[in-house]
Design a protein around this ligand. Sequence first.
Ligand SMILES: CC(C)(COP(=O)(O)OP(=O)(O)OC[C@H]1O[C@@H](n2cnc3c(N)ncnc32)[C@H](O)[C@@H]1OP(=O)(O)O)[C@@H](O)C(=O)NCCC(=O)NCCS
Length: 155
Amino acid sequence: MTASSGDDLPNRAAVRVEVLPWKKALNGAKPLRLAVFVQEQGIDESEEWDESDPVSWHALAFVGAQCVGTGRLLPEGKIGRMAVLKAFRRKGVGAAILKALMDEARKLGLPELRLSAQHQAIEFYRQFGFETEGEPHIEVGIPHQWMKRRDVNRG
Ligand SMILES: CC(C)(COP(=O)(O)OP(=O)(O)OC[C@H]1O[C@@H](n2cnc3c(N)ncnc32)[C@H](O)[C@@H]1OP(=O)(O)O)[C@@H](O)C(=O)NCCC(=O)NCCS
């Protein structure tokens, strides 16, 4: 099957999400995070991989057979590394990943979720009940804002 460029997809793509441990997710997650964070956003690759990857749950989103998005849930209830290939954005892929990670958090009994949002992603997270908290800060040279989702079981 040939890979889609994304442009040929309708506004809402048929997305399938799998939540996996790092050993099973890394073949899909690594190229995506390299494309989005390192190549597109210019983050140094040494900042991209950390000790949280092996202990996190990783969501991989597929359109057909193609892996087009990822995100992770740390054991303490932090969501991070949300990345969707540029051509597949605003088609519901990020929403499907975030919902899968929130479902996983519910299963794990985590009462609340936190994340450090890049400024341009704040409105995305707000759609899913995350509220800003505290002052903006800089991470990997990019302005970020802490956000919290208080009652994960609220649905
Ligand atoms: C943030 C990101 C993961 C969102 O993924 P996505 O697949 O584009 O998101 P969705 O299509 O599921 O969006 C769901 C809803 O969130 C909101 N939303 C998404 N992106 C938005 C944006 N840039 N600005 C404002 N609202 C946004 C919209 O309400 C959207 O619904 P709509 O398209 O019907 O209006 C994606 O833009 C991305 O990978 N960005 C680059 C990497 C990045 O910045 N990651 C976040 C690090 S904190």
